[in-house]
Design a protein around this ligand. Structure first.
Ligand SMILES: Nc1nc2c(ncn2[C@@H]2O[C@H](COP(=O)(O)OP(=O)(O)OP(=O)(O)O)[C@@H](O)[C@H]2O)c(=O)[nH]1
Ligand SMILES: [Mg+2]
Length: 359
């Protein structure tokens, strides 16, 4: 996996761009690029363990993991699915969505009374409707083939019909239980309602920690939908992110915030997507790698290089905290804390790993 990519989506005027600004703001100004009207900001995943390892090893290169945020530009005349159908191929590339929902003020961008749960519901519906359109088109195509005697599409047709029923019953495809085989049969569609969704409540500066009524209502709706919610006041977070680093913690604390918005969102995304980090260290580089929880040592080796997976012998493994305490691999080995793990070892968050492999 290269950088984890999170796409900011949401109703018109919900605060997507304001949230994006808060995420990409730095004391030197905002960092982002523009592509096809969409704004993309790549940020480093903060990890205190990795920073401490850097200070121990003084590597030539220091390479934290990265997350890419995209502020999706929805077309102005979007039609029924609010642009989701038109942007389907583009949105399909996201690893997950961050759904920005307005939770400040009394009225929404269209001047209607503020209704965060309603906004979330219609956003989720837009995602599902974009999928349904694709599913119906594909079902028609397969049925035509079957009529002409081409039967190989039948297993795919069966899965798609289940998906269609689920959406028509008001479900998201992420809530449909599929076998590994069925999952593969539909993976190329990159269905939008199959992707993990994190909800961001964009609160007012009168409610920086999200305890207000609008946020509470939205939180309840998220719990019902099985979605994780974070809240932040985007303009306030952007202001704090622009301050000199040494001043930021104090301002955050003044508003009752433990961490900047960016860090909270990244942490939540890792949790929702079941991701962990492992590290490689040395004189050349100290680096973080992103891995799905439950992956084995060979998979971790393959992240670094396919040759390392192919020639895998063992993984010399020590938790970052132990290496930080003992300072060197030699000291870890002496204390019997450097483990030799085989192919099937399930990598743990924070493992420092050195792969031994046949060249
Ligand atoms: N008071 C207040 N205003 C906000 C907040 N967040 C956004 N706004 C304002 O709401 C308006 C819309 O915000 P944007 O961030 O542009 O919303 P958007 O979702 O990117 O909008 P589109 O891209 O046009 O769909 C802007 O005028 C913002 O200044 C907030 O937390 N508090
Ligand atoms: Mg915008």
């Amino acid at each position: 996996m290269s950088a984890l990519s999170l796409y900011l989506i949401g109703p018109r005027g919900a605060g997507k761009t304001s949230v994006f600004d808060a995420l990409v703001q730095t004391p030197e100004g905002p960092h982002f690029a523009t592509k096809g009207g969409h704004r993309i900001g790549i940020v480093k995943v903060p990890d205190a363990r990795l920073a401490t390892l850097r200070d121990l090893f003084h590597p030539k290169k220091y390479i934290p993991a990265e997350v890419a945020f995209t502020d999706v530009a929805f077309p102005a005349h979007a039609g029924e699915s609010n642009g989701f159908a038109a942007l389907n191929a583009f949105l399909g590339e996201a690893d997950a969505f961050a759904a920005v929902i307005q939770a400040y003020g009394d009225s929404d961008a269209e001047g209607k009374p503020l209704d965060p749960p309603g906004h979330l519901e219609s956003l989720l519906l837009d995602l599902a409707m974009a999928d349904l359109e694709k599913i119906e088109r594909r079902i028609d195509k397969i049925r035509q083939e079957v009529q002409r005697g081409l039967k190989q599409g039948l297993p795919e047709l069966a899965v798609l019909e289940r998906c269609k029923e689920a959406i028509e019953a008001g479900k998201a495809l992420r809530d449909v239980e599929l076998s590994e085989e069925d999952r593969k049969r539909i993976s190329s569609f990159c269905f939008l309602s199959q992707k993990p969704v994190l909800v961001i409540a964009n609160t007012g500066d009168d409610d920086p920690t999200g305890g207000g009524a609008a946020c509470t209502a939205l939180r309840e709706a998220c719990e019902k939908a099985g979605l994780r919610m974070l809240s932040f006041c985007a303009p306030l977070e952007a202001e704090i992110a622009a301050l000199p680093p040494e001043d930021q913690a104090g301002f955050l604390a003044d508003y009752g915030l433990a961490e900047p918005a960016r860090d909270r969102l990244i942490r939540a995304a890792y949790g929702t997507l079941d991701l962990i980090s492992f590290f490689t260290v040395g004189e050349d580089e100290v680096r973080a790698w992103t891995l799905r929880k439950g992956s084995d040592a060979v998979t971790a080796a393959g992240k670094i290089h396919t040759d390392l997976a192919r020639g895998f012998i063992r993984a010399e493994t020590v938790p970052a905290e132990v290496l930080i305490e003992k300072k060197t691999h030699a000291a870890c080995r002496e204390a019997g804390l450097l483990r030799l793990e085989g192919k099937g070892y399930i990598v743990q968050d924070g493992d420092v790993i050195e792969i031994r492999a046949n060249a």
